[in-house]
Write a protein that binds this ligand. Structure first.
Ligand code: DAH
Length: 346
């Protein structure tokens, strides 16, 4: 019997399996109730007392070795399963939390995407600017109230009365990028400039000292107000749906003449009137106009030869209308419960 046990010990040592089925065959052969080891334990009853101790020890060793072997073979097989990409295709995936873009980024990307389709390219400029690019070259009069410290964050100002080009400030609008583009490129120009802007405002649900705008500029020969209108109509319909209507109301900006503000028909009530559009049926979304000849000339573009249009819109406002967000502060608090609600491919 001792020989039999020894040869089984050696046999088990050599065994290897490649599949779960082979492992099960191994278990049944050696470790099951009717397996070889059980059989030996049954025979053990007939072993002479003098040999019981030695045979017993050997038998226990065989049993231990065999179940160790079984466990290690099993472990190896399961490990392989995990490494096998085809292991179990029906298993639920791990719940990795996926991030989402900020609503401002989503809307900015959507605006860029729409204008790119009609040939606009993206240009950017610095957030820390000088008076020249933000005001003077955009035809702001020296005493224009926007230059006031109450609206503008100055980083250095030579003297309160003096608005020299050396004044350094945080840009109050992305129209400053228009000036940089005009200074660096020759017409035809077709560009949009998304970016962050700063104004010295008390923070509330409807105002913030930091927000985002997208500026548009198109300069070429024979650019007309009709081109501006069709471009904006295309944009409004891509952004808010093909049934959207626009209306242009006369307005004033120093850098455009004529100037207008554009409303889109309220998509929530379809123009009938609701609390979002304050029962007017219209929502104001941007300012626009034909680039003032003084602005073209200030950047050395011949205003006799070229004309152009420009427009500027606030991204927060568009995102508010799109997602019905009613408090500007939500954009900046980065509360994960707010951010988590926005998923987009753009
Ligand atoms: N810069 C203006 C603002 O911040 C928006 C604007 C209005 C931009 C008319 C333009 C424009 O280019 O033509 O309110």
């Amino acid at each position: 019997m001792l020989d039999k046990i020894s040869s089984l010990i050696n046999e088990v040592k050599e065994i290897n399996v490649n599949t779960h089925e082979e492992l099960e065959i191994f278990r049944i052969k050696y470790l099951s109730k009717k397996g070889l080891i059980s059989e030996l334990f049954d025979e053990f009853r007939n072993v002479p007392v003098a040999l019981k101790k030695e045979v017993g020890q050997k038998l226990n060793l065989l049993k231990e070795n065999t179940s160790d072997k079984y466990n290690s073979l099993k472990e190896k097989l399961t490990e392989n399963d995990d490494n096998n990409e085809y292991a179990d295709l029906s298993r639920p995936s791990f719940p990795y939390p996926s991030g989402s873009r900020h609503p401002i980024s989503i809307v900015r990307n959507e605006i860029i995407d729409i204008f790119k389709r009609i040939g606009f390219v993206v240009s950017e400029g610095p957030e820390i600017e000088n008076d020249d690019h933000v005001f003077t070259k955009l035809n702001f009069a020296p005493e224009h109230p926007a230059r006031d410290m109450q609206d503008t964050f100055y980083i250095s100002k030579l003297s309160p009365e003096d608005s020299s080009p050396e004044d350094i400030l945080l840009r109050t609008h992305t129209s400053s990028v228009q000036v940089r583009v005009m200074q660096n490129q020759k017409p035809p120009i077709r560009t949009i400039s998304p970016g962050r802007v700063f104004r010295n405002e008390a923070i509330s649900a409807r105002a913030h000292c930091i927000f985002h705008q997208v500026e548009g500029l198109y300069i070429d020969t024979n650019v007309s107000f009709a081109d501006l209108k069709q471009t904006l109509l295309f944009f409004a319909r891509e952004m808010f749906g093909q049934q959207t209507e626009i209306r242009l109301r006369p307005s004033y900006f120093p850098f455009t003449e004529p100037s207008a503000e554009m409303d889109v028909s309220c998509r929530i009530c379809g123009g009938k009137g609701c609390n979002v559009c304050k029962y007017t049926g219209w929502l104001e979304i941007l300012g626009c106009g034909m680039v003032h000849p003084n602005v073209l000339e200030a950047s050395n573009i011949d205003s006799k030869k070229y004309t152009g249009f420009a427009f500027g819109m606030g991204i927060e406002r568009l995102a508010m209308l799109k997602y019905r967000i009613n408090d500007l502060r939500l954009y900046f608090e980065n509360d994960i419960r707010f951010l988590d609600q926005f998923k987009s491919a753009l």
